[in-house]
Design a protein around this ligand. Structure first.
Ligand SMILES: Nc1nc2c(ncn2[C@@H]2O[C@H](COP(=O)(O)OP(=O)(O)OP(=O)(O)O)[C@@H](O)[C@H]2O)c(=O)[nH]1
Ligand SMILES: [Mg+2]
Length: 317
């Protein structure tokens, strides 16, 4: 299966949830607005998919203003617009709809990417996938096993490293994660490796400790290699929906994020969560994950996402 097929497949639950609730999206926009229940059903469907109220209202407004065409086309345009960063969305609306570059820029600004997020969201697996992604694009990659809290977390990353041929800086279970991060950042610098991906714990004895620990890891990396980590990416499990978004905000307050990776879009009917992530966090979505295999992670592309969501063919460019 190609990535696009897996993406379509993965978004199946969200698609069913939207089209099942919204009813026929094939009707003309103008006709739909003559029957209020159609629009109410669509609103309900979007909210149930976790698109959020503010974005849903804007989407309905954009559809209302669209000139002709059917409901699905207007909805797809409006949704794509909601997946653009806030400033670009305003600009596109003024110009009429025309995003040029929809695909996220995933070239890291520097050499160290710290990967954070609560437990079980897919951090370690995502690090492995990212390692493969960058390696197949010609970059040298290293991992640092900074989750020393959960027993066997280091082993899990070690297994991935072995499978992918990526070297892993390990600490000891229960040891100091900042020490592992420091060793990793120093080793990356001295070896001249292009990229270091730092895994972190998703859970400690309490939440406050976790945030403090992440800040410390970040500080120590900067000590070993000034200017790094250039990127702090939060992994968010789409299945957790609005809850995950609230957690993301907490992380963002304490360790400012430069990107978000949304995983498990294959396991949820709430794929609309990407919309409030973009709107409320104001941080770009870098990658999305639709499965457990290394190839199941790809740079986020708003147009591709919306087309896959509605099972519409993607024109070959
Ligand atoms: N279906 C699906 N499963 C995924 C995806 N990404 C990760 N997983 C699975 O989610 C589970 C947890 O992944 P981990 O990478 O261990 O998560 P983590 O955030 O490192 O968890 P902790 O180390 O406990 O904090 C694993 O079974 C992964 O295979 C995805 O995009 N889709
Ligand atoms: Mg982990």
């Amino acid at each position: 299966m190609s990535w696009l097929e897996r993406l379509r497949d993965g978004l199946g639950k969200t698609r069913q949830q939207i089209s099942g609730t919204a009813g026929s999206l094939g009707q003309e926009v103008q006709e739909a607005f003559t029957r209020l229940d159609t629009i109410e059903d669509l609103e309900y469907a979007l909210i149930a998919a976790d698109v959020g109220r503010a974005a849903t209202q804007e989407i309905i407004e954009d559809i209302r203003k669209s000139e002709g065409g059917n409901l699905q086309d207007a909805l797809m345009r409006a949704l794509t617009l909601q997946l653009e960063p806030n400033a670009r969305r305003a600009e596109f609306r003024k110009l009429g709809f025309a995003p040029d570059v929809a695909r996220s820029k995933v070239e890291p600004k520097g050499h160290v990417i710290m990967v954070i997020g609560v437990n079980g969201v897919g951090k370690t697996t995502t690090i492995a996938k990212l390692g493969q992604y960058y390696m197949t694009r010609g970059k040298s990659v290293m991992f640092a096993a900074g989750d020393t809290f959960r027993a066997a977390a280091g082993t899990q990353l070690g297994v991935w490293g072995e499978r992918l041929g990526i070297s892993v800086i390990q600490g000891s279970d229960g040891g100091d994660p900042a020490a592992v991060a420091f060793d990793g950042a120093s080793a990356r610098k001295s070896r001249g490796t292009d990229l270091l991906l730092v895994d972190t714990a998703g859970r400690l004895h309490n939440k406050h400790n976790l945030m403090e620990e992440l800040k410390k890891v970040q500080r120590v990396i900067a000590k070993a290699d000034p200017g790094e980590p250039a990127e702090v990416w939060l992994v968010l499990d789409a299945v957790t929906g609005q809850n995950g978004l609230q957690q993301a905000k907490k992380f963002h307050e304490s360790t400012p994020l430069t990107g978000v990776i949304v995983t498990k879009l294959d396991g949820t009917a709430k794929g609309g969560i990407l919309v409030p992530i973009v709107r409320e966090l104001g941080v770009p979505i870098k990658f999305i994950g639709v499965g457990e295999q290394p190839g199941d992670l790809q740079p986020f592309d708003s147009q591709e996402f919306v087309r896959a969501l509605f099972n519409v063919d993607i024109p070959k460019s």
